[in-house]
Design a binder for this molecule. Structure first.
Ligand code: CUA
Length: 332
């Protein structure tokens, strides 16, 4: 919150980049120092007493009659002191826990979808990003998370925020970033062979830059649409099922597709134009190509208009000559 706390990487902890990190570290430090002081006291007393009452000539063990009797004072002290310490720890911990569990009402909600092995983030403004979570600095953000397959776990060490992402139900987590920059976002639940590669970036921006990014629809300036589409093609993992070299895979190849006729499973023939591509991405079960199974994930809502355009431009480029495909361009 204050300028000083934003920086604080300590000997024990990574950098603090959220208001919650300050609270979490405070609770940690209280426990750490209470434990350290008690450890020093107990060990010091033990070493001193071992030395003080060591066996030596002229100092035999006391007889039962000389030994001190029960002391009510001492007993009260060693009951009251730990109780007090535990109560303090409880309040420090519980306060921090409440702060972490209850998101402020004004928090912006971002949906997080985890699947093997990528992260998808959907923003209230309609924007979607893959493997990159963007948030504005100084504003609370609430993540509503679910998984499409197995258990994953959302973790950004610098936020001091970590939460399992489960299939079939939502989990939430919130934070308020206090610093702009880029940090790693990790999956910390073993989820298969790609687990270690399930990495994303947390990008904290000034609100103005963040708004511009939201408005841009994810388009990168100065990058041709087909090139953006190419990047999306691998980012969205389209390349797991579609080749661009003419070979058949789980799905049909995209080489030479645009502008050509496609034979559908129901016997119909359609031309692969912009609208066909658009429908095939947003509602893949609508027109299934003959010889293939309707297994493609639905990308409706995952891609905005600009991203759809970019992907279509890329598919066009795979047919050469900007989509002419050997036919008269009917759709213009
Ligand atoms: Cu997802 Cu590990």
């Amino acid at each position: 919150m204050s300028e000083g706390t934003g920086a604080g990487a300590t000997l024990w902890m990574p950098e603090q980049i959220s208001s919650g990190a300050v609270e979490a570290d405070f609770a940690w430090n209280v426990v750490l120092w209470v434990a350290t002081v008690l450890f020093a006291l107990v060990m010091g007393a033990m070493i001193y007493l071992v030395w003080r009452y060591r066996r030596r000539p002229g100092h035999g063990p006391a007889s039962a009659a000389e030994a001190p009797d029960h002391s009510g004072k001492v007993e009260l002290l060693w009951t009251a002191a730990p109780t007090l310490i535990v109560i303090v720890l409880f309040f420090v911990g519980f306060r921090g826990f409440l702060g972490l569990s209850v998101a402020p009402a004004e928090a912006a909600e971002i949906n997080v979808t985890a699947e093997r092995w990528l992260w998808t983030f959907s923003y209230p403004e309609g924007m979607t990003s893959v493997n990159e979570l963007r948030v504005p600095v100084g504003k609370p953000v609430k993540l509503v998370m679910s998984s499409k397959d197995v258990i994953h776990s959302f973790f950004v060490p610098e936020l001091r925020v970590k939460r399992d992402v489960l299939p079939g139900r939502y989990t939430t987590v919130w934070f308020e970033p206090t610093k702009t920059g880029e940090w790693d976002l990790l999956c910390t639940e073993y989820c298969g062979t790609g687990h270690s590669a399930m990495l994303a970036k947390l990008v904290v921006q000034e609100p103005k830059a963040y708004d511009e990014w939201l408005q841009s629809g994810g388009q990168e300036e100065g990058v041709p649409a087909a090139e953006q589409g190419k990047r999306l093609f691998s980012k969205m993992a389209c390349n797991t099922c579609h080749t661009i070299d003419g070979a058949a895979s789980t799905g049909p190849t995209l080489k030479g597709l645009f502008g050509h006729e496609v034979k559908l499973a129901n016997g119909e023939r359609v031309e692969a134009d912009e609208n066909y591509l658009r429908e095939s991405i947003t509602n893949p079960a609508g027109k299934v190509v003959q010889g293939y199974q309707p297994v493609m994930p639905v990308f409706k809502g995952l891609l905005n208009q600009a991203q759809l355009d970019a992907l279509i431009a890329y598919v066009k480029s795979l047919s050469g000559e900007g989509g002419e495909g050997g036919k008269k361009g009917e759709g213009q």
